[in-house]
Design a protein around this ligand. Structure first.
Ligand SMILES: Cc1cc2nc3c(=O)[nH]c(=O)nc-3n(C[C@H](O)[C@H](O)[C@H](O)COP(=O)(O)OP(=O)(O)OC[C@H]3O[C@@H](n4cnc5c(N)ncnc54)[C@H](O)[C@@H]3O)c2cc1C
Length: 488
């Protein structure tokens, strides 16, 4: 039975950030992820905002880790080469009453040590955001945007390059403590570990209940988004948020630019019974659009090209107002069992700081020695579409696969798809390609490129069509062939 010093349950942004931090030390570390790739849960489906830290009460863990995490992002982006832009954020007030809310947010932000907060009047906002309708707005310069799945992939791939072992499509089904070791049962066999870190997101309660009686509930809360076509990217320059509705526990429907040039409208907030119910609904889509039009009156309805949803892991019930702080703690009954509970927004921002905190906790359990061989840098190759004509033609001369466009919308080449499928995590589903090189993310949403990616998977990776999947272990693209092979 394979034995690890640390086993992390969940390859979301939290599990991946912890894995990367642990990979700096001489340790055997494993990440168990039940999805077919990292960032299979909330870490893929969120607003991608690097928050500043003005929305959580001073002295809460959410405020502390958000502010600390925010400060760590730039150097992480330099090391790991994931995209990050400090576009800043306006929280807009529609009337005098809402200006009082802005003043309160500013005060909380200043108490949390968030720099540069300023209340701007309408004409100042209009200069930067001519399409936005508002009375006044709070300007937050330290808020940024990133690509959440690329950030998670960057953390995980760097951890894998530094010898953390990732077991994808491997679900933890049971946990037991036997003397000083945890016995970990999975759908792919049994493992042992000295320390177990529960970073299972929405499933955190299920994992705790494998060891002891949980003293908390999880209230899944769905957030739906609309995605606008890149042609409308000039509608805004920064993030535009409303004043949060008091007692809602969420930030409200906002308008967020993305690194790729699409704009996001959302998210909604709807408490749901089934944590896997990621549907998008006509009703919510209409509401999102109307709320966004309240902020940008000129928003054209034909701009919407897609919709998706992410599920928040809330520890507070809707009746109690939906706000609870993170719980990051070692079990009192089971030493070595570390739980991260209720890591909802701003979890993406907080991830690097939370990871440091977990290292501190682990250092009380295992002796941690830095390894000299740690490779802190990960290099992302420039996309074909970002290269100069000269760079493109030089590459095509060396390898004609650079000259074959597989995704017309995003101008992704066959060579880039092969590179994406050769990732160090060995994630080989269609969405692993999409999230690494954008094939399938454009206006036609995979209508053109899917057949080519399937061919590449067959030709270059020897994959059988019956094993090809869209994004998760059960999302087969094909049931088999309608006709036999030519040789049959
Ligand atoms: C709508 C929405 C908008 C948000 N916007 C922002 C934002 O703009 N900025 C921000 O900072 N934060 C934001 N967040 C919060 C952020 O996305 C989360 O806090 C963060 O992604 C949580 O990461 P995680 O790793 O804890 O969870 P997840 O990403 O859900 O990862 C948990 C992983 O554990 C795996 N898993 C579960 N059970 C098992 C098991 N038994 N065995 C193996 N694997 C298992 C799952 O497959 C999953 O991949 C938002 C969240 C939502 C839902």
């Amino acid at each position: 039975m394979k034995n690890f010093q640390v086993a992390i349950i969940g390859g979301g942004v939290i599990g991946s950030a912890i894995a990367r931090e642990l990979s700096m030390f001489k340790l055997d570390v494993a990440v168990f992820e039940m999805g077919s790739d990292v960032a299979s849960g909330a870490s893929k489906a969120n607003s991608g905002v690097v928050h500043s830290g003005i929305n959580s009460p001073t002295s809460s863990l959410k405020a502390r880790f958000c502010v600390e995490g925010n400060k760590m992002f730039q150097s992480l982006a330099n090391e790991l080469d994931f995209p990050l832009q400090w576009v800043g954020k306006y929280i807009i007030a529609k009337n005098e009453e809402e200006v009082r809310d802005l003043e309160h947010l500013k005060k909380v932000g200043m108490n949390n040590n968030v720099p540069g907060l300023e209340i701007k009047n309408r004409s100042e906002v209009k200069k930067k955001e001519p399409n936005v309708s508002c009375f006044k707005a709070l300007w937050i310069p330290t808020a940024g945007i990133t690509l959440p799945y690329q950030f998670t992939i960057a953390l995980a791939e760097n951890a894998a390059e530094n010898n953390v072992v990732f077991f994808l499509e491997t679900k933890i089904t049971d946990l037991k403590k036997q003397k000083n070791l945890f016995l970990i049962k999975t759908n792919k066999g049994d493992f042992q570990a000295g320390v177990v870190v529960n970073a299972a997101g929405l499933n955190c309660r299920e994992v705790v209940s494998m060891m002891e009686e949980p003293d908390f509930q999880v209230y899944p809360c769905r957030g739906e988004y609309l995605v606008l076509d890149k042609n409308y990217s000039s509608l805004i320059n920064s993030m535009i948020y409303p004043v949060p509705v008091k007692g809602s526990g969420v930030l409200g429907v906002h308008i967020t630019p993305t690194i790729e040039g699409n704009i996001l409208l959302g998210p909604s907030a709807e408490f749901i019974g089934d944590p896997y119910d990621k549907r998008t609904t006509n009703e919510t889509m209409n509401t999102l659009f109307l709320e966004a039009r309240g902020i940008i009156p000129s928003l054209p309805d034909k701009a919407v090209i897609n919709a998706y949803s992410g599920i928040r892991c809330k520890l507070a019930s809707p009746e109690s107002g939906g706000w609870a702080d993170y719980r990051i703690e070692e079990s009192k009954n089971m030493p070595g069992f570390i739980n991260l509970l209720g890591i909802e927004s701003p979890g993406l921002t907080a991830a690097p700081a939370i990871a440091k905190e977990i290292i501190k906790m682990i250092s009380h359990l295992i002796e941690l020695n830095k390894k000299n061989s740690f490779k802190s840098r990960r290099h992302r190759r420039k996309r074909f579409s970002e290269m100069s004509a000269e760079e493109q033609s030089n590459l095509i001369k060396k390898d004609e696969k650079w000259g074959r466009i597989v995704c017309r919308c995003e101008h992704v080449t066959e060579a880039e798809v092969i590179e994406a499928l050769s990732n160090p995590l060995e994630a080989r589903v269609l969405s692993s390609v999409k999230y690494r090189c954008r094939a399938g993310m454009g206006r036609c949403q995979g209508g053109f490129c899917t057949q080519h990616i399937v061919r590449i998977m067959e030709e270059h990776f020897n994959m059988d069509v019956a094993d090809m999947r869209l994004k998760s272990p059960n999302s087969n693209l094909f049931y088999g062939k309608t006709r036999g092979n030519q040789s049959d």
